[in-house]
Structure formats: structure tokens, C-alpha cells
Design a protein around this ligand. Structure first.
Ligand code: NAD
Length: 352
């Protein structure tokens, strides 16, 4: 198949593209604006492939989207392009409304036009797969899980913009018959993760001897999924998922933020011990909480397990070890980012 991946130079998109080129015969076109979060070197391992191509464009540009659809003729559009960082959405929500809402509208509008031009067989097999987050469901107490029927209750500018885009996608499926798929996934982690996010931020700051900031009292819980498992789930959904369906994707790996940071410190104590024999945990500092910080997210992923035979293959302990090793071995990848775009400073404190 020919698969157009918006946001393919980002963290999850690049994992999906690497997987599709390395393990399948699909052709892939990445459509990506290369914002601060787009990292072309994450695609370097597959950039030589004749089955891979790249278009540097904005999903908010209807002519560019139309041209890419006309030229590439995709069987699947996997829509990952988004502004993705909650803290940035607190500082500057406008970009989130523009890309996540307006951009998704432009994609739907142009894709519908393209889909209507396909023959009946092509229309029947085409899929528009929208990649979303569990954050649209709001915040859980200490018990319970999000299912595909949990009512939406987004609470940050990021999750509100993603929730709105999910609604648009379902509306295009319901009203116009566009064969859509929606997936809502928990927190991803792994190689090529942009340094602003918790896990790479902690690894990098630890290695630099800087304090390791944990928001609030560190008790917020997230369900963590290794990014390659997410990529495998996305492939299963657009290859085998039933049009119109939503699938929740999760890692069965709930951890508090303090657990996550302490686990990273223990791995670094073993793999890169400090000269003075102390533990990296001594660098941990609790800082002012994120405004509106959701307490807990947890996913019930039984539908995708039952319908599509997908379960996570990597435990949190295996995945976090692989991730720390990757950052130790790829300092050039993250140092380039720190030099040019983001220097691990606090974002989203909403101090005006
Ligand atoms: P990311 O921020 O690492 O990458 C986003 C990519 O989109 C970048 O390459 C960027 O250049 C591109 N992009 C942004 N605006 C664009 C525009 N206007 N036009 C074209 N390209 C644009 O994000 P990620 O973590 O890889 O997340 C990918 C998708 O998965 C997002 O839709 C996100 O909401 C969703 N998601 C992420 C997580 C997570 O834990 N990271 C979890 C669940 C769902």
C-alpha cells in the first residue's frame, strides 16, 4: 500500500515510518512542516529507501495537501501531525488550535475530495487514520480505566484541541461516509523522543549534572507505552481495523512520575556511575506543579487486543532500559537539538 504519514518527522511518526520501511513492503510519503519538533535525522535510517519520500509542507495549506494526495495517491493517510506538548499549549495555545483543529479540518476536507475521486473499490479500502491521545478523556481518580466509550472531558489546551480534532474526524465519517479510524493512546516513550518530554528531559539533565525537576508531589500517574509498540498497533489498526471504529492503545504500565524518574536514576547509576559514588536520585527536585495537571490516565486496551490481536511486547522495565541506553549512545542526536532549538528549560508554568 501507499501510506501518507503526516507528522512523520516527529517522535511517533518517525517510529512508524522506520517500521513500515524496515518490516513491510508499503511505500511511505512523509508530509511534515518540520516545526521545532520535526527531526529529519530520526528518518535517516530509512532515508535511502526507494519506498520513502518526503514533502516539507503544512497540513494547514490546502493546496499542498491536495497536491500531495494527487501525486502520491495514498491508500491510507495516517494523520499524526500535531502540536503535542501540554506545557507548550499552556504558554501558547494558538498554535494548537491552528494545527490540531484547523489543520485536521484541512486534512479532512482535502482527503474527502480525494476519496470521492477514487473508484468504488478504492473508496472501500481507503482509510483516514487519526492518531490521538488518552488525554481527551480527562483525569481519573485512583481507580478505573478509559475505554472507547468514556465521555470526553479534555482539560488542557492540548487535550481540548485533540478532542476537537477527534470529533471532526468522526463527523466526517458519520456525515460524509469517509472511512475513518481513530486511536487514542497513552504516553509514549523511547528513542528519538524530543528532549522537552519527561523521560528524555530527565536522562539528559541527569547526564549534565542538572537538577531533575518533578512537578508537584510526583504522584501523577501515566500509563507508559514503548513507541515501537505504538507503531505496531497503528499498523494493525490501518491494515485490519474496521472503518468507523475507535481503538484505545495502552502499555499496561502505570507509573507515578516519581517512579519513572527514580527508575531512570537507578539505570544511570549502573550504566554511567557518578565519579563520587553518589546516586543520580540526589539531583531530584520537586517544583511547582503544572497548572491543571491531570492526576491519572489509565487505558483499558482490551478491544484492540480482542479485535486486532495486539498487545504491548515490551515491558516498562525493558523499554526504559533500552531508552536510557539509546540516549547514552546518541548524544549527537539530542545535543544538536539542545544547541539549535530547546535547552531543557521549564515550559508551561503559566507565570504570565
Ligand atoms: P511530535 O511533536 O514529536 O511530532 C509532531 C510532528 O508533526 C513533527 O514532526 C512536526 O514537524 C509535525 N507538524 C507539526 N505541525 C505541523 C503542521 N502544521 N503541518 C505538518 N506537520 C506538522 O509528536 P508525537 O509525540 O510524535 O505525536 C504524534 C501524534 O501522536 C500527535 O498527534 C499526538 O497528539 C499523538 N499522541 C502522542 C502521544 C505521546 O505520548 N507523544 C500519545 C498519544 C498520542
Amino acid at each position: 500500500m501507499r501510506i501518507m504519514v503526516t507528522g512523520g518527522a516527529g517522535f511517533i511518526g518517525s517510529a512508524l515510518v522506520r517500521r513500515l520501511i524496515e518490516y513491510t513492503n508499503h511505500e511511505v510519503m512523509v508530509f511534515d512542516k518540520l516545526t521545532y519538533a520535526g527531526v529529519l535525522s530520526s528518518l535517516a535510517p530509512i532515508a535511502h529507501s526507494p519506498r520513502y519520500s518526503f514533502v516539507k509542507e503544512d497540513i494547514c495549506n490546502p493546496e499542498a495537501v491536495t497536491g500531495a494526495l494527487r501525486d502520491f495517491k495514498p491508500h491510507v493517510v495516517a494523520h499524526l501531525a500535531a502540536e503535542s506538548h501540554v506545557d507548550r499549549s499552556i504558554d501558547g495555545p494558538a498554535a494548537f488550535v491552528q494545527t490540531n483543529l484547523v489543520g485536521t479540518f484541512v486534512m479532512l476536507d482535502r482527503v474527502l475530495n480525494y476519496w470521492r475521486g477514487l473508484d468504488l473499490a478504492g473508496q472501500a479500502t481507503f482509510r483516514f487514520h487519526h492518531i490521538s491521545t488518552d488525554e481527551v478523556f480527562g483525569s481519573l481518580g485512583d481507580q478505573g480505566f478509559f475505554t472507547e466509550t468514556t465521555p470526553y472531558d479534555p482539560r488542557s489546551p492540548y487535550s481540548a484541541s485533540k478532542a476537537g480534532s477527534d470529533h471532526l474526524v468522526r463527523a466526517w465519517g458519520h456525515t460524509y461516509g469517509l472511512p475513518i479510524l481513530v486511536t487514542n493512546c497513552s504516553n509514549n516513550y523511547g528513542p528519538h523522543h524530543f528532549p522537552e518530554k519527561l523521560i528524555p528531559l530527565i536522562i539528559i539533565r541527569a547526564l549534565k549534572g542538572e537538577r531533575l525537576p518533578i512537578y508537584g508531589d510526583g504522584s501523577n500517574v501515566r500509563d507508559w507505552l514503548f513507541v515501537d509498540d505504538h507503531a505496531r498497533a497503528l499498523q494493525a489498526v490501518f491494515e485490519k481495523g474496521a472503518p468507523g471504529q475507535t481503538y484505545n492503545i495502552g502499555g499496561n504500565a502505570e507509573r507515578t512520575n516519581t517512579d519513572v524518574v527514580r527508575t531512570i536514576c537507578k539505570i544511570l547509576d549502573r550504566l554511567r556511575p557518578l565519579a563520587n559514588g553518589e546516586s543520580y536520585t540526589r539531583q531530584i527536585t520537586y517544583v511547582a506543579d503544572r497548572p491543571g495537571h491531570d492526576h491519572r490516565y489509565a487505558i483499558d486496551a482490551s478491544k484492540i487486543q480482542t479485535d486486532l490481536d495486539w498487545t504491548p511486547s515490551v515491558t516498562f522495565e525493558e523499554g526504559i532500559e533500552k531508552t536510557v541506553i539509546w540516549y547514552l549512545e546518541h548524544e549527537g542526536w539530542w545535543q544538536d537539538i539542545l544547541d539549535a532549538r530547546y535547552s531543557t528549560q521549564r515550559l508551561g508554568a503559566a507565570h504570565g
